[in-house]
Design a protein around this ligand. Structure first.
Ligand code: DGT
Ligand code: CA
Ligand code: CA
Ligand code: ZN
Length: 578
């Protein structure tokens, strides 16, 4: 964590506590300052050393905040913040993880009922105490109860998009350590699961203790949880990282084992038993005439490479994303594995936002960003007005026509193809928030649900998919990982309708969503649908998140031909105008 991040986090905590106390306006100023400091190119500790005036030159950072920043770097804390913490000794992060519970609610519940933790929140809700508090009702109380478990679990798992950068950093750091012959990520991170319990790193080396020591010296480490001879666990940036060191001869077997998933491993082990073989983290062993239950007993037939482990079981090697026991063991045995889509197959993005709605950049900047990332084309799909488009971020139809003219002007000078478009809201009844004649004028129409995201959403999305001008169903379930589960969907039925109507189903690559997820993607493709991997970029920096979507597509066994935006610009034109 950079020191800019560190102080920004403190200022956000400040804002939450002020909110909880019912203070107006100030919290927003603290949040804005936090954001600007976090994004500021210069190191904040350097500016703070020059004094409050220098810190105050950052946009949105006034006198009160700049002096607190200086105080923090001089004394290691902010007195006023410490006082607020003492006044409101609540576990803000855990409590606000419950959907519908914000800092203000936390403040009220502390004042009225003394609630400081999730357990106390649950007890109060179960006892019916929350509905008695002014401003709350039975419905709010039930909502809290419904969302509590989700918040608890959520609290323990990290988003793939947050964990992956740490994983890749530790992997490249460990690969350079003396005596390390091989190094790889394992576990859910290697399978690109949307959320991660912990990061698993595997090293093949004979010099185990020195390797463990180098690992605990990794500069990102905040705290060492445990360190033994061949394994260690640390916390880094809020993520737990587990290291295991094995001898190079057993690296392949260990990698296969620690990649998982558990269910995949069980299926693999059963296949081994049928062949009088035993597979474990040390290797594959022929146990046809072995009584001994020693882990390494029997003749060792594989273990140095992962390919070798699968080969010994008469299976083809399969990409880690597939290892969820969804039929991949059978497919690998039949040599019938799909040729999965790769990051480099993707040629454009069909879902992006600009400052016309809630994005941060102009149309021209987003187009340049897409070109710089290497795309051949990009669609500009700002939010249209509609329910759930809070804060007036949606663009009304009249303005969309103006925007269309600007998109066309930018397109003339652009190095890549630029498609006009919109992200229309899909209402609860399946209706769209944009007039039909306007939809017909745009190249790419994304239709997505944004509100009323519980219960079954199949009819609603089927109606949208049947609309003649809708090309993409955006983030179909509307889920927010760790926050809300989103709509229930009969994916097969939706996918059949989408296929019949030339509508693609989105894999939204935003790490907060990854929607559709891998299991649903597999069902959708089996039912004949085309998917499209979009970032929903709100700034040019978001384009690189496409990889999370591509690996989600791979979790759904997608081949390049299943993914709309592996086609060239003419291929997209054909798809949307058909
Ligand atoms: P996570 O960390 O909860 O996101 O999920 P994983 O899959 O990374 O699980 P983790 O870190 O507990 O263990 C890493 C891998 O090690 C796991 O995917 C499969 C393997 N593994 C761990 N415990 C067992 C076990 O009891 N049986 C089997 N067959 N495999 C296991
Ligand atoms: Ca793990
Ligand atoms: Ca682990
Ligand atoms: Zn969007």
């Amino acid at each position: 964590m950079s020191r800019n991040d560190e102080i920004a986090t403190r200022l956000e905590e400040f804002a939450d506590l002020l909110d909880a106390k019912g203070v107006e306006y100030k919290p927003r100023a603290y949040r804005r300052a936090a954001e600007n400091i976090r994004d500021h190119p210069a190191a904040i500790e350097g500016l703070a050393a020059e004094g409050a005036d220098t810190v105050g030159e950052i946009e949105g950072v006034g006198d009160a905040i700049s002096s607190k920043v200086v105080e923090y770097f001089e004394t290691g804390d902010i007195e006023e913040l410490a006082e607020l913490r003492a006044e409101l000794p609540v576990d803000m992060e855990a409590l606000t993880a419950v959907e519908g519970v914000g800092p203000k609610t936390v403040g009220t519940l502390y004042e009225e009922l003394g609630i400081t933790t999730l357990d106390e929140l649950e007890a109060a809700a179960e006892a019916g105490e929350i509905q008695e508090v002014k401003g709350f009702g039975a419905k709010t109380e039930q909502n809290i109860l419904d969302n509590l478990d989700f918040a608890r679990e959520a609290h323990e798992r990290t988003l793939l998009g947050e964990a992956r950068p740490y994983g890749e950093r530790v992997e490249s750091y460990m690969a350079d350590v003396d005596g390390v012959e091989e190094c790889a990520l394992g576990g859910s991170l290697r399978r690109w699961k949307p959320t991660i319990g912990d990061v698993d790193v595997l090293v093949g080396s004979a010099a185990d203790e020195a390797v463990v020591e180098a690992f605990t010296d990794w500069p990102d480490v905040d705290r060492v949880i445990e360190a033994g001879e061949t394994k260690a666990s640390v916390m880094a940036g809020g993520v737990r990282v587990d290291l295991r060191v094995v001898v190079p001869e057993e690296f392949g077997a260990a990698l296969q084992y620690f990649t998982g998933s558990k269910d995949h491993n069980v299926a693999v082990r059963n296949r081994a038993i049928e062949r009088d073989l035993k597979v474990n983290e040390y290797g594959v062993f022929d146990v046809s005439d072995v009584e001994d239950d020693d882990q390494r007993a029997g003749e060792r037939v594989a273990g140095e490479t992962e390919e070798g482990v699968y080969e010994a079981l008469d299976m083809a090697w399969m990409p880690p994303e597939m290892r969820e026991n969804r039929g991949e063991v059978e497919a690998a045995a039949d040599n019938d594995l799909p040729d999965l889509v790769a990051e480099s197959d993707v040629r454009g993005d069909l879902h992006t936002h600009t400052e016309w709605s809630d994005g941060g950049n102009s149309i021209a900047e987003m187009v340049e960003g897409a070109a710089a990332f290497g795309h051949d084309y990009v669609a500009i799909t700002d939010h249209a007005t509609g329910p759930g488009m809070v804060g007036g971020v949606g663009v009304p139809d009249a303005e969309l026509r103006e925007q269309l003219a600007e998109v066309e002007a930018v397109a003339e000078d652009a190095d890549i193809d630029v498609f006009s478009g919109v992200e229309a809201n899909v209402g609860e009844d399946g209706s769209l928030s944009v007039a039909d004649d306007l939809l017909a004028e745009l190249d790419v129409v994304v239709a997505s649900p944004h509100a009323a995201l519980d219960g079954d959403g199949t009819d609603r999305l089927v109606a949208a998919a049947e609309h003649p001008d809708v090309n993409v169903i955006g983030h179909p379930t509307g889920r927010y990982l760790n926050r809300r589960a989103g709509l229930d969907l009969d994916v097969e039925r939706l996918a059949r309708v989408a296929a019949d109507n030339g509508t693609a189903l989105e894999i939204n690559a935003s790490p907060a969503r990854l929607d559709l997820g891998g299991g649903a993607v597999k069902q959708a493709i089996e039912a004949g649908a085309t998917v499209v991997v979009n970032t929903d970029a709100h700034s040019p920096g978001n384009f690189e998140q496409v990889r999370y979507g591509v690996h989600t597509a791979r979790r759904g066994w997608a081949e390049a031909a299943d993914v709309l935006n592996t086609r060239d610009a003419d291929g997209i034109r054909e798809f949307v105008h058909e």
